[in-house]
Design a protein around this ligand. Structure first.
Ligand code: M6R
Length: 612
C-alpha cells in the first residue's frame, strides 16, 4: 500500500515523479505529495485526494528540480488529509521523507521525542520516524545515512522510505524492510519506485532492494549497504515488461482491459509449458521438486482475498487429482496462530502482487519452521517470489485495476497444471484423464474469447440490478469458490453487499434473506452437482428471489427457473471455474460503472496490501 517514487539526475524531476505517482496510484489514492529540491531549497507540496488533485494544485508553482520524491497514500495512521499526506518534513526543515509501511513502535518513540520537546503536525507514524532520525542526526552530529541506520535498528514494523536532505542536493537515501523498492539504473540518473511501472519508460535495468538494505542514490552512483554499514554489490536485473502493458490501450478502465486480456494472458501462462499434442507439462519449478511434491503428506495453501479463492479451487482440484490432503489458510490467520507444519508438508503461497504483507510474513514463519515453499506469483521479482524455494509465475502481466481478474485465471491455470503434473507422475490419475484435461486446458483461451464476445449481455443484467442492496452468489463443488469470488468482486467494485455461499449451505441461514428484491447468482455449469443445484434454484424461485444463472450452453433446465441466464462453453468440471468467473467479473465491472464508481480505484482499497 502506498506508492513511492523518486528521481535524481539531469532531467526535470517533477514530471517524472508525477507520472510515476499516476502509475502507482493503484497502491493507494487518498492523498499524494511531492518534495522537490532545487539548489538546496526543499519544497514540499501535498494534497488530499487523488493524484489529479495534486496535479491541479501544482499549476503555477515552481517545480524546477533535478531531485524529487513523491508519494501516493493509503492511510494507516491518521485520516486522509493534506496534513497527513506525505512527504513529511523534519522539525528543523532540513529533511523530507516518504514512507510505505507501518512503524509499530511509533507511539513509544513519539513519547520519547515529545519529552525532548518535539511537537508534531500530523498524526502519522512517518513524521515520528523522520523526527527520530533528525534527533539522532543532531545528537550524534553524524551523516543522515548514519542517523537512519541507527534509527532503523530501533524501529519495528515495515517500511520502504525515501529521504532527501537539503544539505545534500543530489542524493536520495532509501531503505526497505517488508515494503518493496526497485531502483532503475539509467545513464547518469536513477529512478526509485515501489514497482517497476514508473521506471520502465526510462530504463529496463533495475535493482531490487532487499529487506534491511539501505541505498544511497546519486545521479552517477548507487551504493547498497546493509544495516551493519557493509557494502553490497547491486545485482542488476533486466525488466521483461513493455510500456504498453501498463497503459489502458483504448479501454475505459484497466479492469476492463485486464478482463479482456484473459484469452492472451491464459495463453501466455500455458505457452511453453503445456503441450497437449505430446501430452506434457514442463514447468521447471515443479519438475525440479517433483519428488518432494509427489511425496507431500499434506499441502497447505496460504493466500489472501482473490488469491485465497484460487487456493480453494486448487484444494478441490489437487485433492481430486493428486489424492493429497490440502488445507487452505488465510495468511492473516496462519501467521498469528501456532500452526502445525510438519516435515513432509508443502506450502503453496498464492499472490498476484507478491508483496502482500500477511502472506509474506506467514511464509517467513513457515520457512523458519523448515517448510518447503512453492510460490504462485504474478509480479516477477517480488518479495514472495524471492522468498519461495521454488515456484511458477502466472505470467498475466501487470495487473493495475484494484480488483483482481486476469491474475486469478492465471493462478487457476498454474495450479491446475501443477496438480496435473503431480498427479500423472504420482500415478493418481490415468493417462487418458490426464490427456483429456490437458486438451481441455489448452482450449480455455478460445472459450474465454467466446465468453467475452457476449459481454454486453452482462451489461443488460447489471442495468436491471444495479440498485439492489444485496446479492447472493451460490455455487457447488469447483464453483463454490467462484461464488465467493463473484461476491467479493461485486462488493469491491459496486459497493453492493454480497455474500458467496455453497448453494446447499444457503438453507442453513442465508435463505432468510430471500425475497422478491434479492438477486441470486447461481454458478450452475453442467457438472456432477448440476441436479443438486437445480434443486437449490427451485428453493430460491419458490421464495420469489430473482435468479441470474451462469450455465453451460445447451442447458435446457436452468433457463426455465431463471430470470436471466448467461451461457458459457462446455468444459470439464475441473476446468469450468476458469470460465465461469469471467461473467462474474463483467457483471461487477458493469454494475460499478453504471453506479458511477471509479472501478479501478474503489474507495478504501489498495492493490497491494503491504500492511497487516
Ligand atoms: O497480491 P495478492 O494476490 O497477494 O493480493 C491479495 C488480495 O489483497 C487481493 O486478491 C484482493 O482481495 C483483491 N482486491 C481482490 O480483487
Amino acid at each position: 500500500m502506498c506508492g513511492i517514487v523518486g528521481y535524481t539526475g539531469p532531467k526535470q524531476a517533477y514530471p517524472i515523479v508525477l507520472k510515476g505517482l499516476k502509475r502507482l496510484e493503484y497502491r493507494g489514492y487518498d492523498s499524494s505529495g511531492v518534495a522537490l529540491m532545487n539548489d538546496g531549497k526543499l519544497s514540499v507540496y501535498k494534497k488530499k485526494g487523488k493524484v489529479a488533485e495534486l496535479e491541479d494544485y501544482m499549476i503555477g508553482k515552481d517545480v524546477s528540480a533535478h531531485i524529487g520524491i513523491g508519494h501516493t497514500r493509503w492511510a494507516t495512521h491518521g485520516e486522509p488529509s493534506d496534513r497527513n499526506a506525505h512527504p513529511h518534513t523534519s522539525a528543523n526543515g532540513r529533511f523530507a521523507m516518504i514512507h510505505n509501511g507501518i512503524i509499530e513502535n511509533y507511539a513509544q518513540i513519539k513519547n520519547e521525542l515529545t519529552n525532548k520537546g518535539y511537537s508534531f503536525t500530523s498524526d502519522t507514524d512517518t513524521e515520528v520516524l523522520l523526527n527520530f532520525i533528525e534527533n539522532i542526526q543532531q545528537h550524534n552530529d553524524c551523516s543522515l545515512e548514519e542517523a537512519l541506520r541507527i534509527a532503523l535498528k530501533r524501529v519495528t514494523g515495515a517500511y520502504c522510505i525515501l529521504l532527501v536532505d537539503s544539505e545534500d542536493p543530489e542524493t536520495i537515501i532509501a531503505a526497505r524492510k517488508g515494503s518493496p523498492l526497485v531502483i532503475g539504473v539509467g545513464k547518469g540518473e536513477h529512478f526509485l519506485a515501489s514497482d517497476a511501472s514508473p521506471i520502465i519508460e526510462y530504463t529496463k535495468e533495475v535493482v531490487y532492494v532487499n529487506d534491511y538494505e539501505l541505498a544511497i542514490v546519486k545521479p552517477n552512483e548507487l551504493i547498497l549497504k546493509n544495516l551493519g554499514n557493509e557494502k553490497i554489490t547491486p545485482f542488476i536485473t533486466k525488466l521483461d515488461m513493455e510500456l504498453a502493458a501498463i497503459e489502458k490501450g483504448g479501454y475505459d478502465h484497466f479492469m476492463l482491459k485486464e478482463i479482456f486480456e484473459q484469452p492472451s494472458t491464459i495463453f501466455d501462462c500455458l505457452r511453453g509449458r503445456l503441450d497437449a499434442v505430446s501430452g506434457t507439462i514442463t514447468m521447471a519449478g515443479i519438475d525440479q521438486h517433483i519428488e518432494q511434491l509427489k511425496a507431500a503428506n499434506r499441502i497447505l495453501i496460504i493466500a489472501c482475498g482473490t488469491s485465497w479463492h484460487a487456493a480453494l479451487v486448487a484444494e478441490y482440484v489437487i485433492e481430486e487429482l493428486c489424492r493429497i490432503p490440502v488445507e487452505v489458510e488465510y495468511a492473516s490467520e496462519f501467521r498469528y496462530r501456532n500452526p502445525i507444519v510438519n516435515k513432509g508438508d508443502v506450502i503453496i503461497a498464492i499472490s498476484q502482487s507478491g508483496e502482500t504483507a500477511d502472506t509474506l510474513v506467514a511464509l517467513e514463519k513457515a520457512k523458519e519452521n523448515g517448510a518447503f515453499i512453492f510460490g504462485v506469483v504474478n509480479a516477477v521479482g517480488s518479495s514472495i517470489a524471492r522468498i519461495s524455494h521454488a515456484g511458477a509465475y502466472t505470467h498475466a502481466g501487470p495487473e493495475i485495476g484494484v480488483a483482481s481478474t486476469k491474475a486469478f485465471t492465471g493462478q487457476l491455470a498454474v495450479l491446475t497444471m501443477m496438480a496435473l503434473s503431480i498427479a500423472i507422475q504420482k500415478g493418481s490419475i490415468t493417462q487418458e484423464r490426464y490427456q483429456q484435461l490437458l486438451t481441455e486446458l489448452q482450449d480455455v483461451p478460445e472459450k474465454v474469447d467466446a465468453i467475452l464476445k457476449n459481454a454486453d449481455e452482462l451489461k443488460v443484467i447489471a442495468e436491471v440490478y444495479k440498485d439492489a442492496s444485496d446479492f447472493l452468489f451460490l455455487g457447488r463443488g469447483y464453483n463454490f469458490p467462484i461464488a465467493l469470488e463473484g461476491a467479493l468482486k461485486l462488493k469491491e467494485i459496486s459497493y453492493i453487499h454480497a455474500e458467496g455461499y455453497p448453494a446447499a449451505e444457503m438453507k442453513h441461514g442465508p435463505i432468510a434473506l430471500v425475497d422478491e428484491n434479492l438477486p441470486v447468482v447461481f454458478i450452475a455449469t453442467k457438472d456432477s452437482y448440476h441436479e443438486k443445484i437445480i434443486s437449490n434454484m427451485q428453493e430460491i424461485k419458490a421464495r420469489k428471489g430473482k435468479i441470474i444463472s451462469i450455465i453451460t450452453e445447451g442447458d435446457e433446465v436452468s433457463p426455465g427457473l431463471s430470470n436471466h441466464v448467461f451461457s458459457i462453453p462446455p468444459a470439464d468440471e475441473l476446468i469450468a471455474p476458469i470460465l465461469s468467473v469471467i461473467p462474474l467479473q463483467l457483471l461487477s465491472y458493469y454494475t460499478g460503472v453504471l453506479k458511477g464508481i471509479d472501478v479501478d480505484k474503489p474507495r478504501n482499497l489498495a492493490k497491494s496490501v503491504t500492511v497487516e
